[in-house]
Design a protein. Structure first.
Length: 119
């Protein structure tokens, strides 16, 4: 894994993103969460559609303010096609996450589209 400017690790595999988001959510690390997305990417949660770092930051600031604790789900194998990968996690409560990751020029991965909870 590669280190980022802010000290966070960068994903060298698409599945790293799922682990990093869980760690950073539980730590309340908004900067680290935002760093998992490209600058113009999309986060979709039940009541929010956030596009770009500024809106994604605002969504995560609101979300982590309640200090929720998340348990690891069952990470599914990434489905890769060139510079894109579909990632997902089966959640303990029966939900599932769905994300599209994009390979970056430095061979690390960032999420392009993230919908963290589907039923």
């Amino acid at each position: 894994m590669k280190a980022m400017r802010n000290g966070c690790q960068r994903a060298t595999q698409p599945a790293d993103l799922n682990r990093f988001v869980l760690e950073r959510l539980n730590a309340g690390d908004v900067d680290g969460l935002v760093a998992l997305y490209g600058p113009d990417e999309v986060l979709i949660v039940p009541t929010i559609r956030a596009v770009g770092h500024r809106e994604i930051r605002a969504a995560y600031e609101q979300f982590v303010a309640a200090k929720p604790e998340f348990a690891a789900g069952e990470t599914q194998p990434a489905i890769r096609n060139g510079d894109l990968a579909l990632t997902s996690v089966r959640l303990a409560g029966g939900g599932v996450t769905v994300e599209v990751a994009r390979r970056q020029p430095d061979d690390t991965w960032l999420w392009g589209i993230d919908q963290p909870s589907l039923r």
